[in-house]
Design a binder for this molecule. Structure first.
Ligand code: AMP
Length: 419
């Protein structure tokens, strides 16, 4: 065997010193799909979350239950995983709420964090990524201010909400800097609403009292997620994903979202610049607002995106498979233009809880799957239901996205959640 052959990456048997081990920080439905794709390629998967029985834990080789926001607990866990023999260890953050300084500290000691510890830090709160995108990279965004008191928010609403002072009041969107999925988010429709928005953000932020971002409301025509893969061979784009949001959380997504050539080119340029700015290998979900040919950057996840679940129906390699391939240094399937091929237009529609339930059960699975031969359902197996909690998703393909959306909605509607 030549020296170069001995240096080729190997995938040894899980649980042995030859294993390629992924430690998933976050074990929800997106982590579960990453775990499955990694296991299909022979990796060892360790799932971590703050509660027992999280979706990815149900399929992983091993799991740990810790508060990943606790620096000491996270450091101890990662050191213990590093001490167990394996050929390669990759730490794969699947959520934002992680003690990211610990990731930076351990990365400096040689730990491989996906895509990088800096990317995890910059995207864990809205301030890091907004300042990188708007102030360092000069990408177009909504006008914004960060506020740490109710008074600062009142000033921001006065400044952003009235534009140059001559026109009618422009609504503002207020979000805790440490939040996701619409938690603590509200729209200020009149200057006197600012205090109520401040109070709401303080009650509902991820880590208790927190600073907020106040953004000018963007009257976009549509919003997209542009899945962007940084891999060993370069950068690849998936077809744009359109989606609808309610209360800041996604309800339906479809692919491809029709766009003008100019808007599509602009979207890819913004996505390339922000993902290059974050660096590393992996899949990113770049969230963009589109108005005519104008494209504004909103946010980016350095990991698979919830609206990207549609790729389990629309692409031969889902966003989860692409993420795993990219982080392992494996080739990503692309066409001649460097884009990930689409199999067919497809859609996803979420299945939500509507009340508090322990150990929920599901009805209507047969009816959902009978809606159309292209329909597929994923139930996440979450140990409890809450109003608005995502418990599953229905997927469908169609001749066009409208047909696919109708099928996915009908299938999701057929599934019931019961005690
Ligand atoms: P985010 O958590 O920032 O992704 O926001 C959730 C959703 O709220 C977005 O997908 C948009 O639908 C909406 N949204 C957020 N910011 C704005 C804004 N500045 N203008 C209009 N809608 C927004």
């Amino acid at each position: 065997m030549s020296a170069s052959e001995t240096l080729k990456p190997v995938h040894g048997t899980p649980g042995t010193a030859g294993a390629v081990r992924l430690v998933l920080l976050g074990s929800g439905e997106l982590g579960r799909e990453v775990a499955i794709e990694a296991m299909r390629l022979g990796c060892e998967v360790v799932a971590v979350d703050r509660y027992d029985g999280a979706p990815a834990m149900q399929v992983a080789h091993r799991s740990h239950t810790i508060a990943m926001t606790d620096p000491d607990a996270l450091r101890e866990l990662l050191r213990a995983e590093r001490a167990r023999p394996c050929a390669r260890l990759l730490v794969v953050p699947e959520i934002e709420a992680i003690a990211t300084p610990v990731l930076e500290e351990l990365e400096a000691e040689g730990l491989h964090v996906v895509p990088t510890a800096r990317a995890a830090r910059l995207t864990m709160d809205r301030e890091g990524i907004r300042r990188l995108a708007a102030e360092e990279l000069g990408l177009p965004t909504s006008p914004y201010r960060f506020c740490t008191t109710a008074e600062e928010l009142r000033d921001a609403v006065a400044a952003l909400g009235t534009g140059d002072g001559s026109g009618p009041f422009v609504p503002c969107v207020v979000k805790p800097v440490m939040s996701s999925s619409g938690k603590g988010q509200s729209v200020v429709r009149a200057p006197e609403d600012a205090d109520a928005s401040w109070a709401y953000a303080q009650e509902s932020g991820r880590t208790g009292p927190s600073a907020v971002i106040c953004e000018g409301f963007v009257a976009f025509d549509y919003e997209i997620t542009l899945l962007t893969v940084r891999h060993a061979g370069g950068t690849a784009f998936c077809a744009p994903i359109g989606h609808t949001q309610e209360d800041g959380d996604y309800r339906e997504s479809w692919q491809p979202q029709p766009m003008t050539d100019a808007a599509a080119a602009r979207a890819e340029e913004i996505a390339r610049r922000v993902t290059d700015g974050l660096g590393g290998h992996g899949l990113f979900g770049v969230e963009l607002f589109v108005r005519g040919d104008e494209v504004l950057f909103s946010e980016v996840s350095p990991r698979p995106h919830d609206t990207g679940m549609v790729t389990m129906a629309s692409q031969a390699s889902s966003e989860f498979a692409l993420h795993v391939r990219a982080i392992l240094g494996l080739p990503v399937p692309t066409d001649a233009a460097g884009r990930v091929p689409l199999l067919a237009p497809a859609a996803s529609a979420v299945i939500l809880g509507d009340c508090d339930l322990d150990a929920p059960s599901y009805t209507g699975l047969a009816e959902a799957l009978a809606v159309d031969p292209s329909v597929d359902v994923r139930l996440f197996g979450k140990p409890d239901a809450r109003p608005g909690r995502r418990l599953g998703v229905a997927l469908a393909r169609g001749g066009d996205v409208d047909a696919a959306r109708a099928l996915a909605r009908e299938a999701a509607g057929a599934v019931g959640v019961v005690g």
